[in-house]
Design a protein around this ligand. Structure first.
Ligand code: NAD
Length: 735
């Protein structure tokens, strides 16, 4: 009938149109300018052709769609900047408002076209794509477990600007709607139906028919909110019910975001204002907020790091181009302890064969039992079947015999953190493996170059550093020893890709990247404590700065004793000057005198009662010889200290050549240790502030708190030249 590039459009004998979204040359549908144009033509065709009764929109791919092309948004932001420079702020703002409103107007046109539209959704349907479904008058989801709907825009510093805030807030209780919009979670089919987000759930091959039947049976072309007498699910904003909702909503917003996320604040505003207006005006208000948020530095930073850079890294930005793709079928894991057992699980979970080795069969079996437990938990939650567990366990061979490693493509050792033990294990592994097998270590502190010396071929030796808990943490640090070769790097990257984690590649150095920054954060917390600052304020400052937990709490998680162990090792290797005496004193007292090791023995900076929540240990006060009264505490400065110290450490890793690409420091810092995501990561924090301002801030802190805040030469140079980390990297790539 009509020619479309991105849709197949056909009308059946009943006069019901089916628009199958299926973009050529792409594995996933995405909203682009061309898709919007074609969708607009489809809507007009359906609206004007009397023979067409209504239209079902579905996808020809394995998934419905992931939403809008974020690079398209980035482009309109760039155009805004250009216009602002050339024609002034007002012209630029008008442009951005009109531009970002197009999708919302298109969906509204669909909703008010006079013909019923239905969305038949299988697979993921997120962001702008789910907003399309929300604008349809009827939504049916496939009952397949991988089907997910949601509005995850907040995760990249944006919010749903295609009508999502308004439609969701009219479909469910305001409190629930705000929770959903704030969190941006992906929602499973039955949950979505229970929440009132969709009308129906059906087997995959029946969704289109279900949608057609709905139209055939006279489904209404008028959205509930356009019908006469429509009542908001939580009543009017200015009502007794509204009084119960809005004051706490404000408080929840503060608690969840510490006011660090303008996009989430904008959701609150858009819903609050929008619910007091008719739909068309409400959508206009949403668009105003959207255009404003699109210009925020938080959105720019988060889109760059958490979307673009992350995708680049996942797709192998750092992979040596001339090494052909490596076939990895079987992976050996030696050391079936805390880390090894989890590495075996995530590997088997990706469909790979695993040989899990420990000193004896009992230890190896114990490591394998971890996978049994994790899979059983999944079964309990209804996310896996017994057959999945059996299949996964069948892929793991527990063994105490190194010969079983014979046909592995990659072996990862995770034995005790002891160079002698590791050296011995490396030799045993190498006596068993094929000559082309790559050998990796999961060490967190031992230099890879040193370990590689025990290996017969240092070019086939590499670090693959997982973070705990391995099942949850998405980051993997790949560490290059001095002689690590390209094939080893390619193998490590191909493996990380198979297990669906995000890799960063760093050069060998003490603490690699992530742990260096983490230790700086914890150290700052310890020093604040030694200065006499109240522990609750230190913890609060960490959270207000945007960290997932305060520094003392984090220290409890990794182990107070581990902190002391690292400190002692540093002192032994690098001398007295390399450590901070106040920290040594505090940790020695906690560990050696008070027996407080952290969460592991339920006693650290916090007490961890069997029942109930953790709370700061009341005895902490007795460890402080000085005390700063709360009213004299400058919270802003505490927040700055906690972020600046980590950013400085990240800058030093660049100066030392440990980090060679700013994308890796940024992605690594957010995925690895939760560095305040709204900043875009440790280096983006500096870039968005500007090196000059950052250096000034460092100088101020240095004068007051000592030389650990001294800016390195690299930052001084950047401050003088006006360069950014990303600008330098781009120049290097271009050269
Ligand atoms: P762990 O003590 O829980 O496990 C070590 C395992 O290695 C034990 O099961 C032990 O029996 C086994 N083992 C020891 N010697 C062996 C040998 N000669 N042959 C075969 N197996 C042997 O330790 P873990 O916490 O799992 O740490 C393992 C490695 O992972 C260390 O290098 C550590 O630095 C690193 N790492 C740990 C973490 C963490 O959070 N614990 C994080 C990242 C990396």
């Amino acid at each position: 009938m009509t020619n479309y590039t991105n849709f197949r459009f056909e009308v059946d004998a009943d006069g019901i149109a089916l628009a199958t979204w299926d973009m050529p040359g792409r594995s996933m549908n995405v909203i682009t300018g061309q898709v919007m144009d074609e969708l607009s033509r489809i809507i007009e065709t359906v609206a004007s052709d009397e023979a067409i009764k209504g239209c079902v929109i579905t996808s020809g791919k394995e998934s419905f769609s992931g939403g809008a092309d974020l690079t398209m948004l980035q482009a309109s932001n760039a155009e805004y900047m250009r216009l602002a420079k050339e024609k002034g702020e007002e012209a630029a703002t008008t442009f951005l408002f009109e531009e970002s409103r197009k999708l919302s107007l298109l969906y509204r046109r669909l909703e008010t076209s006079g013909k019923p539209f239905a969305a038949a959704v299988h697979g993921v349907c997120l962001g702008g794509a789910f907003e399309l479904a929300l604008a349809c008058h009827f939504r049916v989801l496939s009952d397949v477990d991988s089907t997910r709907v949601g509005l995850p825009e907040v995760k990249v510093g944006l919010f749903p600007g295609g009508g999502g805030t308004q439609r969701v807030a009219r479909l469910m209780q305001t409190g629930d709607a705000l929770q959903m919009l704030f969190k941006g979670e992906q929602i499973r089919p039955l949950m979505a139906r229970n929440m009132g987000l969709v009308h129906s759930v059906a087997p995959r091959d029946e969704i289109v028919q279900t949608a057609k039947d709905w139209i055939k049976q006279g489904g209404s072309a008028v959205a509930p909110w356009d019908q006469k007498g429509f009542k908001l699910p939580s009543n009017k904003v200015y009502s007794a019910a509204g009084m119960q909702i809005w004051p706490p909503a404000n408080a929840i917003y503060r608690r969840e975001t510490q006011d660090n996320y303008p996009a989430i604040r904008a959701i609150l505003e858009a819903v609050y204002q929008g619910l007091q207006l008719p739909m068309d005006l409400a959508l206009r208000v949403e668009s105003r907020w959207f255009a404003k948020i699109l210009r925020s530095k938080e959105a720019a930073a988060m889109i760059r790091t958490l979307f673009i850079s992350m995708q680049d890294l996942n797709k192998g930005a750092r992979r040596p181009k001339d090494v052909p793709s490596i076939t990895i079928r079987k992976v050996g894991v030696v050391g079936a302890g805390f880390m090894g057992a989890s590495v075996a699980y995530v590997t088997a979970n990706a469909g790979l064969e695993v040989v899990l080795i420990d000193r004896d069969m009992e230890a190896a079996e114990k490591g394998k039992a971890h996978s049994h437990k994790l899979m059983s938990d999944q079964i309990m939650k209804g996310r896996a079947k017994t057959a999945d567990r059996d299949a996964l366990l069948a892929r793991i061979t527990a063994s105490a015999d190194y010969k079983d490693l014979a046909d592995c493509d990659l072996v990862i050792e995770a034995v005790f953190e002891d160079p002698t033990v590791k050296a011995e294990v490396i030799q045993k592994i190498e006596a068993a493996i094929r000559p082309d097998c790559i050998l990796a270590s999961n060490t967190s502190t031992l230099p890879i170059t040193g370990l590689a010396r025990s290996s017969r071929s240092a070019d086939q030796f590499i670090g693959i550093h997982f973070f705990s808990p391995v099942e949850k943490m998405m980051l993997v640090e790949i560490i290059l020893g001095k002689e690590t070769g390209d094939r080893a790097l390619a193998t490590a990257l191909d493996y990380v890709r198979l297990i669906k984690k995000t890799p960063i590649v760093v050069n060998d150095s003490r603490g690699f990247f992530a742990n260096r920054c983490v230790l700086a954060y914890i150290l700052e917390g310890h020093l604040m404590f030694a200065e006499g600052l109240p522990a609750p304020m230190i913890e609060q400052a960490g959270k207000q700065a945007g960290m997932p937990v305060g520094p003392l709490s984090l220290n409890d998680e990794v182990g107070v004793d581990l902190g002391l162990k690292i400190l002692k090792a540093t002192k032994a290797q690098l001398g007295e000057a390399a450590i901070v005496p106040q920290q040594e004193e505090l940790l020695t007292r906690l560990v050696e005198k008070e027996g407080r090791l952290g969460r592991k023995n339920r006693k650290g900076f916090y007490d961890y009662p069997e029942a109930g929540q953790k709370r700061l240990w009341p005895g902490l006060k007795d460890l402080q010889t000085k005390r700063v009264e709360p009213e004299f505490v400058d919270m802003q400065e505490l927040k700055e200290r906690l972020l600046v110290t980590q950013a400085l450490e990240a800058a030093r890793t660049v100066e030392e050549g440990v980090i060679t690409d700013p994308r890796e420091a940024d992605v690594g810092s957010i995925l690895g240790f939760g560095f305040a995501p709204y900043t875009g990561g440790t280096l983006s924090y500096i870039d968005f502030m500007g090196a000059k301002s950052f250096v000034e801030l460092c100088r101020k802190l240095q004068a007051k708190h000592g030389d650990r805040f001294a800016p390195p030469k690299l930052l001084l140079d950047m401050a003088a030249s006006g360069e950014t980390f990303y600008g330098r990297a781009e120049a290097k790539r271009a050269a």
